[in-house]
Design a protein around this ligand. Structure first.
Ligand SMILES: [Zn+2]
Length: 577
């Protein structure tokens, strides 16, 4: 009998563990009163949240998660304290690599689609913490430059879900050492919270002159500073209705601001010269950005915001058209950054591959304008390795787990909606030309972008090109990357110096592309464009005015899994007797 009891106990535990569906609820409304004491690195929150059961079964428990350096103080429903168990929960969705989780037992089952309002209280500190990165082997210094969030004595900068759970969330555990688990978990959370409303009253206190508080939501016009003796209390409001793609963040510090027509820059004391460098760079690139993204529309009719981060090596972070970044005096870099940021301010799309892809694409175009096409291709090339590696990892996952592929249109992977999307825009532009693409972008309306093929049809109608095959291979499905090789070359001397070269290009990959083919001759070069579908060959005849020497497929504008098989040296042709 004793023998039998052990498995039963385990069964019971399993049932209980399975009973918590951490992603059953959508947080539809947050109304939080957040008090920050930078001197103590402390945060204390009181407020109300509304959760809706979006699962298909009634729920008896719900879970609320906050950063592991914060503690739950109280949870009440209808003015009565409710029973809850607080426990640490390991998850890399937070910079500390763990969450303080409250498992709340509801007074009664909550039916699907029903909502419950909770009154909550929690507090604690938010120190600099790179645990989730150091435990997977990232060096301490590097981890700090990446996970730079903290409430600090001189400067505070704290990002929300995915960085610091400073407001309650609920997700299944995510692990940085397991592929894209963190990206996917954050993406699921964001998708659930797209329509949520969040209103925060942020107050901070300290000594001396009140520090400035910046947030990436709407200010609501409420701001008051109270001074008593040497101490101050500053109250600000920050609201998101709805949250959309935003990750709510706040920054506190002794910021000064430099307000320009295109951009508003908040910089730290004594850093006016670097702020001016950025402002000048932004003014300089405005004509270029408006040339490509001429129609300001919808929620994008906002000014770009730059907020300086105090760590000079901090990884920049962007939320919509707000950029948190260290400022340095490099004007070329500032121009490139400003192009990205102003592209965001000028062109909004709810689809990351369009919103981010176009901003990266604009940077490459600017490189080309300022320097040359090869220089732009070098810039794009910086994205190739990471993209090829991500595609390879996904392909391996896919052989194990059918359907694991990531289409560009649905992806939550940054390497895709940034790097792959950049390539896709560049290839489209090479195929349809600047004018056609500019017209298509000018016709884009974010609120009308409700079907996956909307962008394809916009470009097709402006350019009269059939792009179905291209969108199918690159946007709607993940077919990996092409891999071109020169399968055969037949040079033929026709008369005098003139030659005809017949080239067969094979694509060993599954994604088709229109790829440039460059023939280098004794004098000069000729470039042809050739469409090679996945797992196929295509043949082209090129006329050469002088002796052909070398054929190169792909100038770097098409991302490939293997670039080592792209060059073919032509032996001097056998002359006709
Ligand atoms: Zn961006």
């Amino acid at each position: 009998m004793k023998f039998l009891r052990v498995p039963c106990v385990l069964c019971g535990l399993l049932v209980q563990a399975r009973a918590i569906d951490r992603e059953a609820f959508t947080f539809t409304n947050y109304n939080l009163d957040v008090r920050i004491e930078p001197e103590q690195q402390r945060l204390a929150v009181r407020g109300k949240i509304i959760l809706r059961n979006d699962s298909t079964s009634p729920q008896k428990t719900l879970c609320l998660q906050i950063s592991s350096t914060l503690d739950w103080r109280s949870i009440r429903i209808e003015d009565k304290p409710v029973q809850f168990v607080s426990q640490p929960y390991t998850s890399d969705i937070d910079h500390t690599g763990a969450l303080s989780e409250a498992i709340v037992t509801l007074p009664k089952d909550l039916a699907p689609k029903s909502a419950v309002e909770l009154e909550i209280g929690y507090e604690g500190i938010i120190p600099l913490d790179g645990t989730r990165l150091t435990r997977i082997g990232v060096p301490e210094q590097q981890a700090r430059h990446s996970d730079w969030d903290q409430i600090g004595k001189s400067v505070t900068a704290v990002r929300g879900a995915g960085y610091v759970a400073w407001y309650p969330v609920a997700t299944e555990s995510a692990n940085l050492s397991e592929g894209n688990s963190v990206f996917e978990t954050v993406a699921r959370w964001k998708a659930r919270e797209m329509q949520a409303r969040l209103k925060v009253k942020l107050s901070h206190s300290g000594e001396g002159t009140p520090a400035a508080l910046l947030c990436n939501g709407e200010g609501g016009g409420l701001r008051s500073d109270e001074q008593t003796g040497g101490a101050y209390l500053s109250v600000n409001e920050c609201a998101f209705h709805p949250l959309g793609e935003a990750v709510p963040l706040f920054v506190i510090g002794n910021y000064d601001s430099l307000d320009q027509p295109a951009v508003n820059i908040s910089y730290l004391p004594d850093h006016r010269p670097v702020a001016e460098t950025y402002a000048t760079a932004a003014q300089l690139v405005v004509p270029f950005v408006t040339e490509w993204f001429s129609t300001l529309k919808g929620p994008a009719e906002v000014k770009a915001e730059v907020v300086e981060l105090s760590d000079p090596e901090a990884a920049p972070y962007e939320s919509g058209s707000m950029l948190l970044t260290p400022l340095n005096g490099d004007s070329k870099l500032a121009q490139l950054t400003a192009v990205h940021q102003l592209a965001h301010a000028a062109f909004f799309s709810p689809r990351p591959w369009i919103f981010e892809g176009l901003a990266h694409f604009a940077q490459a175009l600017y490189r080309e304008r300022e320097s040359s096409r090869p220089s732009a291709l070098d810039f794009i090339g910086l994205h190739r390795t990471a993209l090829a590696e991500t595609e390879k990892a996904l392909a391996e996952e896919q052989t194990k787990n059918a359907g694991a592929g990531e289409s560009l249109i649905a992806t939550s992977i940054e390497d895709f909606y940034r790097s792959k999307a950049l390539y896709v825009w560049w290839m489209l532009r090479d195929m349809v030309g600047d004018d056609g693409l500019k017209k298509a972008l000018a016709a884009y309306r974010p609120d009308e972008d409700t079907t996956p093929s909307y962008m394809q049809h916009l470009i097709e109608s402006q350019t009269k090109r059939d792009l179905g095959w291209f969108f199918d291979d690159w946007v709607y499905r993940d077919r990996g990357l092409p891999d071109f090789r020169i399968a055969a070359v037949y040079p033929w001397e026709t008369s005098g110096k003139a030659h005809v070269v017949t080239v067969t290009v094979e694509n060993l990959g599954d994604a088709g592309a229109e790829v440039p083919l460059i023939l280098n001759m004794e004098e000069g070069q000729v470039t042809k464009r050739l469409q090679v579908m996945g797992k196929s060959k295509a043949i082209v005849r090129i006329e050469a005015a002088s002796a052909p020497q070398e054929i190169v497929v792909n100038d770097g504008s098409v991302p490939e899994s293997d670039m080592s098989n792209n060059v073919y040296k032509i032996e001097p042709p056998v002359k006709k007797n």
